[in-house]
Design a protein around this ligand. Structure first.
Ligand code: TXE
Length: 485
């Protein structure tokens, strides 16, 4: 093991070893080797971060809009300047193809800062004249104080900054914890914030596990809000811990999203995008279309073509440009995803392609899985009800629109759905009837950062994005002023 790589906390503008004096291994999923060590913080580290944030709040909440916006813009620009180094770190930490990190995800982290640097100036407060009563109401939107942001490992810097940028734009100080599986790019953000002139203590990054560092954040009385993205089971735990303290809470959780293909669709676009929505980032995106429903007249053709396209995907080392599928994030997650191959067989489903681990010569210790398409007989099976979060999709036919609506909604999740059709009336009917927070029609994962993002049912509570995020990170205070007529 090289002990060169140490991933430290970033508190009060400085990198620091954990007060806990505990460390975790940083594992590279592409080869299974330990590449460094990560601070595993505890409540003492979170307390130090809160003390720094508390001192910084007065300064940050009183910066002018122009100063605040200019610093956030600089952070976005510096992420772009460091694109190559951040992409290497992201790919080595998570197993995702380097090209995906460089071309999509790290640029999106830069956009998150630039977007909220500008969105904050559009965040108008409301006013209402109480006509006939000689009074006017206006609403101040004040920062909450110190807020906590907890993010997962699948889109590490992308999701970390999606929370931090609006929290800072709204004038809060932040304690942020990335996933212990993917801590590196979050760690690098500290230096970038210093270079951009962010006052010390405004952003504090605490590394470590959920049960230690994360739990301490949930319990800290000075943290006024928690913005969390992760698994539904963890989200339930977060909600239980936070509820008695009346902290504001935003939860972005799992999905089991339907990808619906009607016979009248643009077939080639639907097919090509389905390969993406099934296997992008090894299927480890909460928005992946993991349940594919195809209208009966084109079912057999689509099945044949999807399997053929899936077999063309190239599982390989994430650093190589020809690798379209990299490694799963960790050994436990790899084993969990692989266990679903057995579930499929037990449930009488047919594995049409893939179905097991993939071997990448020279990297036998890596966590690689073959992209897998499985034909299921019913929606009421574990393969169609549980979030697998890997390169496995299921396929089944449907006959009528009414049947399809039932299938789409017959799941405890409600994050997103994709509909492929050229029929506008059908698009509108389905969009109203499918219970999920995000619907894509004839596209997938197209994001406009101004739009609300989040799920229904067990996929979460609240919305991120645009003004929704700025509302979450502020407290509305109404002031009613009476005047003499
Ligand atoms: O995520 P966790 P895990 C789903 C996916 C996956 C499953 C479990 O199905 O298989 O969740 O993944 C922090 N207090 N998604 O276990 O635990 C943790 O340290 C405070 C969907 O890796 O939810 C990390 O920073 N924080 C998903 C973050 O929560 C705690 C993305 C997410 O980890 C904590 C990831 C605690 N007690 C997984 N326990 C999506 N919606 O995109 C953990 N954490």
């Amino acid at each position: 093991m090289s002990d060169q790589l140490q991933i430290l906390n970033f508190i009060n503008g400085q990198y620091a070893e954990p007060l806990s004096n505990e460390w975790l291994d940083n594992v590279n999923p592409a080869d299974g080797q330990i590449s460094g060590k990560i601070a595993n913080s505890n409540s003492a580290d979170v307390q130090a971060a809160c003390a720094a944030a508390s001192t910084a709040f007065d300064v940050w909440s009183n910066t002018t809009l122009e100063q605040r916006s200019s610093i956030l813009m600089k952070i976005g620009n510096l992420i772009e300047v460091n694109l190559e180094a951040l992409s290497v770190a992201e790919s080595e930490d998570s197993g995702k193809p380097f090209a995906r990190a460089r071309d999509l995800e790290i640029p999106r982290a830069a956009s998150n800062f630039r977007f909220f640097a500008s969105a904050i100036s559009q965040f108008a407060s409301e006013s209402h004249e109480s006509i006939g009563l000689n009074a006017i109401n206006f609403t101040l939107r004040q920062p909450l104080g110190i807020v906590g942001c907890i993010s997962p490992w699948n889109l590490p810097l992308y999701l970390f900054t999606w929370k931090i940028a609006p929290a800072l734009a709204a004038g809060n100080c932040v304690i942020a914890k990335p996933s212990e599986l993917t801590p590196r790019t979050a760690g690098m953000l500290g230096e970038i914030c210093n270079s951009a002139g962010l006052p010390v203590g405004v952003l504090n990054i605490v590394q470590g596990t959920g049960s230690s560092a994360g739990q301490a954040m949930l319990e800290h009385p000075e943290i006024k809000a928690i913005s969390f993205t992760g698994g539904t089971a963890t989200g339930e735990h977060v909600a239980r811990v936070v509820a008695p303290q009346f902290k504001k809470l935003s939860l972005e959780l799992g999905g089991k999203n339907p990808n619906i293909i009607f016979a009248d669709c643009n077939y080639q676009r639907a097919l090509a995008t389905t390969v993406q929505s099934s296997f992008a980032n090894q299927g480890q995106i909460c928005l992946c279309g993991s349940r594919i429903f195809v209208e009966a007249p084109i079912y057999e053709q689509f099945k044949t073509d999807l399997v053929a396209r899936t077999k063309e995907l190239n599982v390989g080392h994430p650093s190589l440009p020809e690798s379209t599928i990299g490694a799963m994030v960790s050994r436990p997650h790899y084993e969990k995803v692989l266990s679903y191959m057995g579930v499929a067989i037990d449930e009488g489903a047919s594995i049409l392609c893939g179905g097991g681990p993939a071997t990448v010569p020279g990297y036998e210790g890596g966590f690689y899985i073959q992209p897998t398409v499985i034909e299921v007989r019913t929606n009421q099976c574990r393969m169609n009800q549980e979030e697998i979060f890997g390169p496995i999709v299921t396929l089944m036919p449907f006959d009528t629109e009414a049947e399809l609506i039932e299938l789409a909604n017959d799941v405890r999740y409600g994050l997103s759905a994709t509909i492929w059709t050229r029929d506008l009336d059908r698009t509108m009917r389905l969009s109203k009837k499918i219970d999920c927070g995000v619907i894509w029609v004839n596209t997938w994962l197209m994001r406009d950062l101004r739009t609300p993002f989040g799920g229904m049912k067990n996929s979460g509570v609240g919305r991120e994005g645009g003004l929704e995020a700025l509302r979450f990170f502020t407290e509305p205070k109404n002031i009613c002023v009476a005047f003499e007529a």
